[in-house]
Design a protein around this ligand. Structure first.
Ligand SMILES: C[S@@+](CC[C@H](N)C(=O)[O-])C[C@H]1O[C@@H](n2cnc3c(N)ncnc32)[C@H](O)[C@@H]1O
Length: 291
């Protein structure tokens, strides 16, 4: 995949610039693999009408939150670069816009920024780097190697929008009512209580060996984590917290959830994560609910 990209890389110029989008309604400010944008209306029809607090413990790009997470909300993700970026968008959006305006679309520059040591950078600069890499890297992928270093190759785009000021400000405003956490999902859900609603979109349970794309965070999300997730759902159910989970239709999973007494619906989603074109296309996805 990397070789093919290198052959097709565009010639780029490097003007630092910002652009305004025409909408002020907040939309995801990051592209995220596994993002749920295309399934949103299907999922909406499964949501309860009202809730206390809205929780999203695997927020990623937050497609559901941006569309449906009204009122008091708690967002969480284990990925600390991502969590920092959300916090900066909420609390330091003007500084972020300034920092983002310094970035530009260019292959050599991309690899330079990718190699920066983030441990010495301010949160604002880290967040700007994260958004820049997300807007200009291959497919908006977030993938790290074993030592936790971001390793996505440069992406081929025509004039990508790196700094969408207006949307960032709209996102910042919306996040004002939102608590942000950077924990494991189990810890992040420990205080969800009667009346709250939790939407969970974990890294997929592998449907086959070759489809095991789980490296959003070093360490991945394997069978042990899927088992722990089921126990966490049981604990939520016990506390009368309503939950809705989306997961891959991996062999045996639907039966396990049904045995726990939960409603299981199957929906179809288009997937483009697989590196082999022949394996992309429609895949089944499960929606599991305790209400
Ligand atoms: C499928 S993605 C979520 C996509 C999201 N629904 C969207 O619309 O973009 C799964 C997310 O779970 C996060 N994650 C992985 N392991 C986790 C853990 N143990 N606790 C919390 N979050 C975790 C990853 O960093 C990733 O952002």
């Amino acid at each position: 995949m990397v070789k093919m990209l290198a052959k097709n890389l565009p010639q780029t110029s490097a003007p630092a610039r910002r652009r305004r989008s025409s909408r002020a309604v907040p939309r995801p400010f990051l592209k995220w693999v596994g993002g749920k944008t295309q399934l949103l209306s299907t999922f909406e029809s499964f949501m309860p009408d009202t809730w206390g607090r809205y929780f999203e413990p695997f927020v990623g790009g937050g497609a559901m939150y941006w569309r449906n997470g009204q009122g008091e909300s708690v967002l969480n993700d284990f990925n600390s670069e991502l969590a920092t970026t959300y916090r900066v968008v909420r609390d330091e959006v003007e500084g972020l816009i300034e920092a983002l305006a310094e970035h530009y679309y260019d292959k050599d520059y991309y690899y330079e920024v990718r190699a920066w040591d983030t441990s010495r950078m301010s949160d604002v600069k880290r967040a700007a780097r994260m958004i820049f890499l997300n807007r200009t890297g291959f497919n908006g992928l977030y993938r790290v190697n074993r030592s936790g270093r971001f390793n996505v190759p440069f992406g081929r785009y025509t004039d990508p929008l790196i700094c969408d000021e207006e949307n960032l400000r709209a996102c910042s405003k919306r996040l004002g009512e939102t608590e942000l956490r950077n924990e494991d999902f189990e810890v992040a859900l420990a205080d969800a209580d009667d009346g709250d609603f939790v939407y969970l979109d974990p890294p997929y349970a592998p449907v086959s060996r070759s489809s095991n794309f789980t490296a959003y965070v070093a360490g991945g999300f394997g069978t042990d984590q899927q088992d722990r997730l089921r126990l966490t759902l049981k604990a939520l159910d016990h506390r009368k917290v309503r939950f809705m989970l989306s997961n891959s239709d991996a062999p045996g999973l639907a039966e396990l959830y049904a045995a726990d007494g939960w409603r299981v619906d199957r929906v179809m989603a288009s997937r483009s994560v697989n590196s082999k074109a022949s394996r992309r296309g429609k895949v089944g996805e499960l929606v599991v609910r305790n209400y």
